[in-house]
Design a protein. Structure first.
Length: 105
């Protein structure tokens, strides 16, 4: 276990159903459809999942992205659920064209 970080250029994110189905769980999709800035939301989730993989010394294809859930507590703080375990050290940030996430396991 370790620290993972990822940055995503928001304009490269697709809102096509096929991409959303690959990246988001059903619970995350419910959150996405309530958001105004869907691309920013999806970019942040994608970055957090990539950071989680890196913190676990895994790559894309080792774990399905939609099996890693990035949810929020009522106060907005993100956390990750994977294999029914909650990981609390997650940070997601957005700035104009980019979303970045850090995960510490």
């Amino acid at each position: 276990m370790g620290i993972g970080i990822d940055i995503v250029e928001i304009k490269r994110i697709s809102l096509e159903d096929r991409f959303i189905d690959l990246v988001l769980s059903d619970r995350e999709k419910e959150l996405l459809y309530k958001r105004v800035n869907k691309k920013e939301f999806l970019a942040g989730r994608f970055a957090a999942k990539e950071a989680f993989l890196k913190a676990n010394h895994k790559g894309l294809g080792d774990i399905r992205l939609k099996d890693i859930e990035v949810l929020n507590f009522e106060n907005g703080q993100p956390y990750i659920v994977f294999n029914n375990i909650e990981y609390l050290e997650v940070s997601i940030s957005h700035e104009k064209e980019y979303a970045v996430a850090v995960v510490n396991l």
